[in-house]
Design a protein around this ligand. Structure first.
Ligand SMILES: [Zn+2]
Length: 418
């Protein structure tokens, strides 16, 4: 899917007439996504270690800290089966057990599910995922959920402007702070709102297509369209002035790289949404301290008013996202009624045993629970006697008759004793 996106994205052309993604057209004008920063390094003959935006860090290595064992804990013997190791620790010292489920980005992501149902008893299962960009286990699920979350709003935009803002290499070391990224995003949203745009969405990509080197660029989707060249130049100038002090731009002799494009068809808009919402930090080893710093960072942000009806519909294979749209609002995709989730997770394998319907995004429609066989007596062979039938008696008459029988029987007993 990622490859498909990349191939299709290479056909995107900016309003400047430059390819957004095709590196073959102009090396220096490649899109931020494709600007493999390592390529720039090669051009400058710099190695990764000497780059100015790779400062030494004194951040604690949180992810390894989690795995650190208290003193006295038996160390994991080398070349041993994980399961054996697990069982051995379980048997000897359960209180020190640190199975890989406890890793912050452990192998077990997605192995548990929550079960929910609406008031009509329609059941659904939802895999619990970590949502970290570098988690291979849940990347696709998280991406689909992200798309489903933004679609109700972004479907209110057509045509759509797509702006990508990239910062010069020289200032990227300052942008390793999530707070700085948040402020830049906010500044852009505010600026565009002031300029008259009604709906603005921003989301950071942290790395280019090939990763390895921090390469932050801000994606902006808003309710814009084709701009005359002078207006486009003015917009870029305003963004540059807002985000990078002119003194710095002068000192380093560089400025922000801003690409402006627009999308007019639902298919192209959807394609851009998929691209912007994808994970760019795909390997924690690219920059682990940064990964730790970004923990909890709220990346995709909206500004403006979003009360309009949808302006476009999903087409082709993208229609599969229709099932996920109600789920993004906590509603069942079949009934549209609110789902109440059971708080106790169950293993995903148990869900699979129910042969559920996979509707994507880690959601599964479950079959209805079969009613237990009804063992109660079914009085279908009892017929109502017609009125006047001699067998039809009221309870009073029946009791009366039984009493008379008892008396006769007692009399009979007396006779036999006499
Ligand atoms: Zn995950």
């Amino acid at each position: 899917m990622v490859n498909g996106l990349a191939v299709a994205a290479s056909r995107l052309v900016t309003q400047d007439g430059l390819s957004l993604l095709d590196p073959s057209l102009n090396r220096a004008e490649r899109t931020p996504e494709a600007v493999a920063v390592s390529g720039i390094c090669r051009e400058r003959g710099e190695s990764l270690k000497t780059l100015p935006d790779f400062p030494e860090t004194n951040l604690p290595q949180y992810s390894t800290a989690v795995l650190d064992r208290p003193t006295g804990t038996p160390q994991k013997p080398p070349q041993k089966d994980d399961l054996l190791d697990y069982l051995e620790q379980e048997a000897t010292s359960p209180w020190t057990l640190k199975p890989h489920t406890q890793k912050p980005y452990g192998k077990m992501c997605g192995s548990l599910c929550l079960i929910g149902q609406d008031e009509d008893g329609n059941r659904i299962a939802k895999r619990i995922v970590c949502g970290r960009e570098w988690c291979e286990d849940c990347r696709d699920i998280s991406h689909r959920r992200r798309i489903a979350r933004v679609l109700p709003r972004l479907m209110q935009i057509c045509p759509m402007s797509y702006i990508v803002i990239t910062f010069p290499l020289e200032v990227r070391s300052m942008m390793r702070d999530p707070q700085v990224l948040a402020i830049i995003g906010k500044k852009v949203r505010r600026l565009l709102r002031r300029l008259g745009y009604q709906k603005v969405y921003t989301r950071w990509h942290f790395f280019g297509q090939h990763g390895e080197k921090y390469h932050p660029h801000l994606n902006v989707l808003c309710d814009g369209e084709w701009l005359p060249p002078e207006q486009l130049a003015e917009l870029k100038d305003l963004i540059r002035r807002k985000l990078l002090p002119r003194s710095i731009a002068k000192t380093i002799g560089k400025d922000l790289d801003i690409r402006y494009a627009y999308r007019q068809t639902p298919k192209k808009i959807m394609h851009t949404i998929k691209y912007v919402t994808k994970a760019s930090f795909r390997d924690i080893d690219w920059d682990e301290p940064l990964a730790n710093a970004l923990y909890g960072f709220h990346n995709g942000c909206f500004a403006g008013t979003w009360n309009d009806p949808p302006k476009w519909k999903l087409t082709g294979t993208d229609k599969k996202f229709n099932a996920l749209l109600p789920l993004a609002e906590g509603k069942h995709p079949v009934s549209g009624k609110p789902i109440v989730w059971n708080r106790r997770p169950i293993p995903f394998v148990l869900v699979l045993m129910e042969e559920p319907v996979d509707i994507g995004g880690g959601y599964y429609l479950l079959p209805p629970i079969r009613e237990p066989p009804n063992l109660a007596v079914r009085p279908t062979n009892l017929t109502e006697l017609p009125d006047g039938d001699y067998r039809k008696q009221t309870n009073l008459v029946k009791r009366h008759g039984e009493r008379a029988d008892n008396i006769l029987s007692l009399l009979g007993d007396g006779e036999s004793y006499s």
